[in-house]
Design a binder for this molecule. Sequence first.
Ligand SMILES: Cc1cc2nc3c(=O)[nH]c(=O)nc-3n(C[C@H](O)[C@H](O)[C@H](O)COP(=O)(O)O)c2cc1C
Length: 212
Amino acid sequence: MESIDGRLIVEVPLIDRATDPVQSDSPAADPTALAKEWLPADGEDRMLMTVSTVDAEGFPRGRTVMLSEFDGERFFFHTDSASQKVADLTANPKVSLTILWPGFTRQLVVQGTAEAAPPDEASRAYETRSPYLRQLAWLNDAETAILPRAEREQRWAAYAARVPDPVQPDNWVGYGVSPHRLLFWVSHPDAPSRRVEYTRTAAGWKHRHLPG
Ligand SMILES: Cc1cc2nc3c(=O)[nH]c(=O)nc-3n(C[C@H](O)[C@H](O)[C@H](O)COP(=O)(O)O)c2cc1C
C-alpha cells in the first residue's frame, strides 16, 4: 500500500470515517476512554512512544520508550533510576508523550505530569518484560557502557549463564503520566487529516479541532 506521500508503507486497515470518533462531528466526551480504545489491550504487543522531558539547560530531550500500560488514567513507562530522563523528571515532572501508529493512520500526543509509579505496578511491568529486557535492566549501566566491546559482550554472556532469570533490580523505576492534554490525530487518503485536542479543566475535558 502507498501512503499519502507516495511512499510504500506497512499495510494497515484504514479508519472508518463514518464511525471514527475523531472524524466525527461530535467528538467523544471522554478522551481517556478514547485513548484506551486506541491502545493495545493487556497481553497485546506494547506500543512505543517518544518521551520528551526538559533538561537542566532548558532543551527538550526525546527518546523512545515502551508504553508499558495505560490504566485509563495514567500512561506508564519504566526505566533506569540513574537515567537522564529520571534526572529531568525529578527537576521538572512535566512531560510529553508521542505515540505513533504505523501507516500514517494515527498519532496521540499527551502532555502531562509524571509521578513515580506504585511499586506493585513497577513489579508487574518488570515481570512482563522478556528475559532479554530483564537482563538489560541489570547490565545497561554507565560502567558497562564504557567498556570495550569484547568485555561488554563477555560480561553479558557471563551474566546470562549465571543468572537465567534476573529478579527486579533496585534501579528499575516506573512513572505514571497523568494527562493534562491529549491530542488525537487521524488521517485518511480521501480527506484532510483531523486533530482533536482535549484539555483538562476544573469543569471537565474541553475540546477543540485543530488543523494539521
Ligand atoms: C524501540 C526502543 C524501545 C526502548 N524502550 C525503552 C524503555 O522501555 N525504557 C527505557 O528506559 N529505555 C528504552 N529504550 C532506550 C531509550 O530510548 C533511551 O536510549 C534510554 O532510556 C536512555 O535515555 P535517557 O538517557 O534519555 O534517559 C528504548 C529504545 C528503543 C529504540
